[in-house]
Design a protein around this ligand. Sequence first.
Ligand SMILES: *[C@@H]1O[C@H](CO)[C@@H](O)[C@H](O)[C@H]1NC(C)=O
Ligand SMILES: *[C@@H]1O[C@H](CO)[C@@H](O)[C@H](O)[C@H]1NC(C)=O
Ligand SMILES: *[C@@H]1O[C@H](CO)[C@@H](O)[C@H](O)[C@H]1NC(C)=O
Ligand SMILES: *[C@@H]1O[C@H](CO)[C@@H](O)[C@H](O)[C@H]1NC(C)=O
Length: 418
Amino acid sequence: MGQRRKCLVLLFLFILQTLFSNSLSACSNGTCQLAESCSMTSDCGSGLYCGNCPPTGNTQPICIRGQVVQPTSIMKELPFNKYSWLVTHNSFSIVNAPLLLGVQRVTFYNQEDTVTNQLMNGVRGLMLDMYDFENDIWLCHSLKGQCFNFTAFEPAINTLKEVEAFLSKNPTEIVTIIIEDYVHNPKGLTKLFTAAGLQKYWFPVSKMPKNGEDWPTVTDMVADNHRLLVFTSIASKEADEGIAYQWRYMVENDSGDPGIVQGTCPHRPESEPLDSRKASLFFQNYFPTYPDQDEACKEHSVGLYEMVDACYKSAERMPNFLGVNFYMRSNGGGAFDVVDRMNGQNLCGCSTISACQAGEPAGSCKNTTSSIRTPSAADNGHGSFDGYVQVSGSSSTVHFMNIIIYNLVYLFMVVNLL
Ligand SMILES: *[C@@H]1O[C@H](CO)[C@@H](O)[C@H](O)[C@H]1NC(C)=O
Ligand SMILES: *[C@@H]1O[C@H](CO)[C@@H](O)[C@H](O)[C@H]1NC(C)=O
Ligand SMILES: *[C@@H]1O[C@H](CO)[C@@H](O)[C@H](O)[C@H]1NC(C)=O
Ligand SMILES: *[C@@H]1O[C@H](CO)[C@@H](O)[C@H](O)[C@H]1NC(C)=O
């Protein structure tokens, strides 16, 4: 009996050893770089998390980017409309969001972490669907302009207070909110934004360029504390409440499946043609009609930059906003890398924003090939992004590993009791 027990213990030790030896030998505890194999997120360096992307054939966990390089930390002096910002589509439609109304939700989810966390990871645009509901304004992922208990997420003020906290803690950051607006209570949005403490950051409609001129510079916007841009889909609210009507300021490519046909860049019916010069902002959607958590990593890894490029050629300008589902997911650089490249090309004519040098002429680029690794907090001059990386769902290797470890420990105990 004793012999047999020893044999079993040795066997399990051997299994453990083989399971973890690869990752243990290479790197660990924050030293793993982009694309190096890992077994948990704490193995990876700053701005990275440990994940995989089976749809691209990448089943072994590697360090994947989870944060963007803020372009304003390198180039601050340019007009707002020269920059590209990462936007979360349906930022509030979060997997595992608490059920506040006691009924199961029946809807699609588009993101996996809190809005606070999205902002800390460098997201600078939020797409929020707002509805009159429960004598209040709620964020709902709904249909036919009506919110139901089973499509509701939370009162909009909760999310707006997260934005307020972020803007107050980060006095040089600018956030854009794009509202799919189903609020019909008179002055409903005005009361909401006031209650959330956001009026003090409001960028006034009167200062928004109406004929395709440049926006103020980021430096000026920060100096004036005009750090919140809000757009509504209801035209009359511009005159009634001073909330900018989205389609007066923005062109947008088609969303949903027609928008992801490679090599084309159709514009949304509501939008002016993409090459219209009346609007100075250009919003690019990049997500399929039905959000798929597991496929998103592929969408962000294969063809996304080519799509941006097709839109760039069609509109003859770089998108200012790139809206995606499950923004964290990729097999390496993902949407973060694409936004960095867009900013590099547009702000200084370099391959990526980290290569730009403030005060130098366009095209004088730093050699970034020696540091393919993700920029650390120190590199992006930001103090630190203390955003953390949290991905839930079936692709979560951390979760998978936890189960394996749990089972092994359990088996050890059983064996020792024999
Ligand atoms: C991991 O890294 C941190 C900070 O770099 C250090 O304080 C800690 O001791 C390390 N832990 C191990 C187990 O090496
Ligand atoms: C929706 O939820 C609220 C709050 O729990 C409840 O009062 C109301 O009856 C529910 N409505 C329906 C149609 O179930
Ligand atoms: C246009 O928008 C759709 C919307 O989801 C997006 O998937 C697509 O990639 C975009 N088209 C281009 C050419 O970028
Ligand atoms: C950039 O740096 C790498 C590694 O240090 C070097 O091999 C390469 O030649 C450099 N490229 C240029 C254009 O200086």
